[in-house]
Design a protein. Structure first.
Length: 259
């Protein structure tokens, strides 16, 4: 418990909120790595996922490829790229972004093609029968309906990249990982805990923002159907059985023995 109190005291110290090693600077660097990585990964994975989901081609290959990418060790791949290609300090951002993009592609790809595949085929057939082109069907029908799942893939990718972008400090870059990498050799465990807490807090903030965006992207019609379904179920379950009337009721009275 004392370690957490010391970490919070370190964060609250105004001296740690300014300068090149200050918290705002490190958070901005961390967000920069995350934003650049996710942007590149979205352009690659979401584009490919939309194509796979709409056409149904390469689905098996994409599933196998995403599984293989998930199995790659991030730190090992970063070290290999930095050594094999001889990236210096000035170009250290290149292997870092490559590694983080590889990490972000699987959830983005899965969210994109599963979102398109989840669209009701009858809706797509109706749009096609109205004369819409395949491009119009994709962008005006499938993408709006699949957008919550696509945002879900982006949300998963952002969280993974935020948590893993600390490896950038391993090859002399900045970010919140700088606190951890610099503090470990001198056994400054308070600063290590500070880095971990700031990464966790940043991930939680981004998670909350993306959850809100994901809920707002649900189409109004789908939202209305979801809210109406429980009401219909409750109405059916609260019906009270009515006593039989008409011919069946009269027959019951006739067979009742009289005193």
């Amino acid at each position: 418990m004392n370690a957490f109190l010391e970490a919070f005291a370190w964060i609250a110290d105004p001296a740690h909120w300014s300068g090149p090693d200050g918290i705002p600077t490190r958070v901005a660097e961390h967000l920069g790595y995350t934003g650049l990585t996710v942007l590149i990964a979205v352009l690659i994975a979401v584009t490919l996922g939309l194509y796979i989901g709409h056409t149904g081609r390469w689905r098996g290959i994409s599933i196998g490829a995403t599984g293989a990418l998930r199995a790659l060790p991030t730190l090992g791949l970063l070290t290999y790229l930095a050594i094999a290609f001889g990236f210096g300090i000035r170009l250290a951002l290149i292997p870092t972004v490559i590694v983080l993009v590889v990490l972000a592609i699987p959830p983005l790809l899965a969210g994109a093609y599963s979102g398109i595949e989840s669209v009701d085929p009858r809706t797509v057939d109706a749009a096609r029968s109205m004369g819409m082109t395949e491009w119009q069907i994709l962008w005006k029908v499938e993408v709006p309906l699949a957008l919550p799942l696509i945002i879900g893939g982006i949300r998963s990718a952002v969280l993974q990249v935020v948590a893993t972008a600390t490896v950038a400090a391993y090859i002399s870059l900045g970010g919140l990982g700088r606190y951890i990498i610099d503090a470990l050799p001198v056994r400054d465990y308070t600063k290590v805990l500070v880095g971990a807490l700031l990464v966790t807090l940043l991930a939680l903030v981004l998670e909350g923002i993306l959850i809100l965006i994901q809920r707002l992207t649900v189409p109004a019609g789908v939202r209305a159907i979801r809210t109406a379904a429980p009401l219909r179920t409750s109405r059916k379950s609260t019906r009270v059985p009515v006593a039989p009337t008409g011919t069946s009721g009269q027959m019951a009275k006739q067979h009742t023995p009289t005193q």
